[in-house]
Design a protein around this ligand. Structure first.
Ligand SMILES: Cc1ncc(COP(=O)(O)O)c(C=O)c1O
Length: 396
């Protein structure tokens, strides 16, 4: 039976990891896979998480099953982190939610929930979007279309084009929005643009589905969710997929949540049964460990302050690498304007170079990035900036 299935092509980004590992160039730089790295290229465990892990190890006395919601304290903590202590939707009891295996699990359960709605829904994703959005949503049978988002000419959001598309949508449409630090472009909506998207959602009746995987890695924990909170305050219903992979560094622990805002608390209780049922049919319940650690960090004021400081330092480092790269590019006398890199947010930017140039950087200079020219800025360090800028000059 299995001989009917041929091997699939390897995932291009994961394939880059192998190519990078096998490259003997002593100057090689990995700007491919989207994980945060420190100055030495290491993805360290955050100190607050290490401390929480120690406390957890000493206190955990059972490995019995959790409730379907996962670690309840964790889910409550994330609800407040994203929507804020003063959220009316939270105090009204209108937000259903559960722990999921990472942001991917949240997106998937969200898509399954949408698949249970009788109407024929279309999910609109930004052009471009994170590559995994498509299979995560598609495999539940929902239709996917793209809305205009990024203008390569200006290296920023083409908001008028996006808004014109949103103006055509209605109650059978779902709009997937990146909460902050857009992947892959680094081009975020301004708060004023979030307000306009919110007005559109209210007027047209489409359902916002926010994917927020980088809270705290852009302009700060509160600043990064300003747009999402504005949406939540003004629309009745929305979905939010969160991830603790990047901002708590819990990549392999698969820790996220799906939050579903409803019109009423009664409706939220009904939706809670549906998301739990969808999870049950997939993996029954989420892995607990990451949820315990985040719950511990968020509920202990000292650990929380430590985590916030470390996260802020990570975001500051990424910003200074953005500035440093542009300074080195300018020092090289490169004519093209790359200053957009300093205006973009989070870990990613598109360099806007063509595929031949991407391949030349890879094959001749050992500088690895996605074929689209998306770079993970956090993969840079102060020592390689000059090398990256001079190699860029050579291929331009
Ligand atoms: C935009 C976006 N959404 C969601 C995720 C989900 O991450 P995870 O499933 O590792 O939590 C990622 C991870 O790279 C991402 O970039």
């Amino acid at each position: 039976m299995f001989d009917q299935l041929n091997a699939l092509p390897s995932d291009p980004l994961l394939g880059l990891i192998t190519l990078f590992r096998e490259d003997n160039n002593p100057h090689k730089v990995d700007l491919g896979v989207g994980v945060y790295k420190d100055e030495t290229g290491h993805t360290a465990i955050m100190t607050a998480i290490q401390k929480a892990a120690k406390i957890h190890l000493e206190s955990e006395d059972s490995k019995t099953y959790l409730a379907p919601v996962g670690v309840a304290g964790f889910v409550d903590g994330i609800k407040k982190l994203v929507l804020g202590d003063g959220s009316k939707a939270l105090s009204d009891g209108r937000v259903a939610g559960l722990q999921t295996p990472g942001g991917c699990g949240a997106l998937r359960i969200g898509a399954e929930l949408l698949g249970r709605i009788k109407e024929d829904l279309t999910v609109w994703v930004s052009n471009p979007t994170w590559a995994n959005h498509i299979p995560l949503i598609n495999s539940t049978g929902l239709k996917i279309k793209t809305y205009p988002y990024f203008n390569p000419e200006t290296a920023s959001v083409d908001f008028e084009a996006m808004d014109a598309q949103l103006a055509e949508l209605g109650p059978r449409d779902v709009v997937l929005l990146h909460g902050c630090c857009h992947n892959p472009t680094g081009a975020d909506l301004t708060f004023e643009q979030w307000q306009r998207v919110t007005d559109r959602a209210v007027k047209q009746g489409f359902l916002p589905f926010v994917d927020i995987a980088y809270q705290g890695l852009g302009d700060g924990l509160e600043e990064d969710v300003k747009g999402v909170r504005h949406l939540s305050e003004n629309v009745e219903e929305m979905l939010i997929a969160t991830s603790c992979s990047k901002n708590f560094g819990l990549y392999r622990e698969r820790t996220g949540t799906l939050l579903v805002q409803n019109k009423t608390a009664t409706q939220a209780s009904a939706i809670q049964t549906h998301v739990q049922d969808a999870a049950r049919a997939n993996y029954s319940m989420p892995p607990a460990y990451g949820g315990f650690l985040v719950d511990r960090v968020l509920s202990d004021s000292q650990l929380k302050a430590e985590w916030q400081a470390e996260l802020a330092a990570m975001a500051t480092r990424v910003k200074s690498l953005r500035n440093g790269l542009v300074e080195h590019i300018q020092k090289q006398g490169i004519e093209e304007d790359f200053s957009f890199i300093t205006r973009q947010k989070g870990m990613f930017s598109f360099l806007g170079i063509n595929k031949d140039q991407v391949l030349e950087l890879r094959n001749k200079y050992g500088i690895y990035m996605a074929d689209s020219s998306r770079i993970n800025v956090a993969g840079l360090n102060t020592h390689c900036l000059e090398y990256v800028a001079s190699s860029l000059k050579a291929v331009l």
